[in-house]
Write a protein that binds this ligand. Structure first.
Ligand code: CP
Length: 320
């Protein structure tokens, strides 16, 4: 089986073969993705929400970890462009019979998908799969490492919803909560800075250790993080990734770090409230904020479809 060197791309075609993180993507290329997503969003307003752009292509969704938003929106994005979809979920698969990841991939590869969307609890698995297959690979979340299409849809939502948006320069995103376990935080830091914006990270010391995103502004005080922020992103506590409890009590966490209406008074007057989901109401975010006028949480989910349509189109049609 051919090997592809993801880390050292040798041609533009190889460079755009995968979306594993943003290392190989320029701000202009990301801007072009957003422009393509605008076209896709138009398609989704039509009576017939389908175009033949990816007819003849097959997209495989390989989810070794649970998902609602990412998996469904990728499948919607593929079908809206007339691609065929094959789906693998680790639950109910032959992984339970001892089949290895490589043999699982080699088995699925015989079904000749053109692109795999991969989620796995272990960092680096999408990169490894990209070395094992000729198909394109999109990272749909690998451990704590990266979730690039989530960051794309977050930035795309901000671009479309912030009043008078005139670029990311001078715009500040405050990310609050369990930063340590968050691939969404890491990908948003990578993308937001690439686009020229600023990021400040906020959380209690056990969930915001110094080695997470070195060089990025950080504070353990919610008020400091929210001061003048143009977007506030709350993150849930990822208890499933904590080997042992990292907080003395949820009550103290809520008192100090919950994004509330009162705390938001410090933010920019037009600040948007974001959350990648799934959210735990009245823990990391007050319910009234999640459902309030500043919230774009449902718009983020909706943006997932045109953004993922744009990603599939760019990778597959570029390949053709
Ligand atoms: N934001 C996100 O990745 O959600 P899912 O886990 O539901 O896909």
């Amino acid at each position: 089986m051919a090997t592809v060197q993801i880390e050292v791309p040798t041609s533009a075609r190889e460079r755009k073969r995968n979306l594993l993180d943003f290392a190989d993507w320029t701000a202009d290329e990301i801007g072009a993705l957003f422009d393509t997503a605008d076209v896709m969003a138009q398609v989704l307003t039509r009576t017939i929400k389908k175009v033949p752009a990816l007819q003849g292509f097959t997209v495989g969704t390989l989810f070794f970890e649970d998902s609602t938003r990412t998996r469904l929106s990728f499948e919607r994005a593929a079908r809206a462009q007339s691609a065929d979809v094959i789906s693998f979920a680790s639950g109910g698969s032959s992984l339970s019979k001892g089949e290895s990841l490589k043999d699982t991939l080699r088995t699925i590869d015989q079904m000749q998908a053109d692109l795999y969307v991969v989620r796995h609890a272990c960092a680096g698995v999408p990169h490894q799969i990209a070395r094992w297959t000729e198909a394109s690979v999109v990272n749909a979340g690998d451990g704590r490492r990266s979730h690039p299409t989530q960051a794309l849809l977050d930035a795309y939502t901000f671009r479309g919803r912030f009043p008078g948006f005139d670029g990311f320069a001078g715009k500040r995103l405050a990310i609050v909560g369990d930063v340590m376990h968050s691939r969404v935080a890491r990908s948003n830091v990578e993308l937001w800075r690439k686009l020229g914006g600023e990021v400040v990270l906020c959380g209690p010391p056990p969930l915001l250790p110094p080695d997470v995103a070195p060089g990025v502004a950080r504070t353990h005080r919610l008020e400091e993080a929210l001061e003048g922020a143009h977007a506030v992103m709350a993150l849930r506590l990822q208890r499933e990734r904590m080997a042992s409890p990292l907080l003395p009590s949820a009550t103290e966490y809520v008192a100090r770090y919950q994004v509330t209406e009162t705390a938001l008074e410090l933010a920019h007057p037009d600040a948007l409230v974001m959350h990648p989901g799934p959210l735990n109401r009245d823990i990391e975010i007050a319910s009234e904020v999640a459902d309030g006028p500043r919230s774009v949480i449902e718009a983020q989910v909706a943006a997932g479809v045109p953004i993922r349509m744009a990603v599939l189109y760019t990778l597959l049609v570029g390949k053709r």
